[in-house]
Design a binder for this molecule. Sequence first.
Ligand code: FES
Length: 104
Amino acid sequence: AITIYVEQDNGERVPVEAPTDMGLSVMEILKASEYDIPAICGGMAICATCHVEVLESGELPEPSDDEAFMLESLPHATETSRLSCQLRVTPELDGLVVRLMPEA
Ligand code: FES
């Protein structure tokens, strides 16, 4: 398992353990922990209610065209915004730090 951190409003980074061998997305990990993000499209990259800002990471896979298109339409998106449903939990994501965004 790897550790993903969620930065709180007070700057505290709270760890979440994430297994890498189950094909889960970061959205699914957040949802299964204390973060009750809506993710209403269930991971189809069409609702943006799983929007996170990536604060620290290693190399991440590039967003797909669908994800990039959706991110461009979001009022709160930043240069490092991602749809967490499109981020697969892999060993490379260890130490990822995200912040939940207003759409989430
Ligand atoms: Fe809908 Fe990620 S869950 S875009």
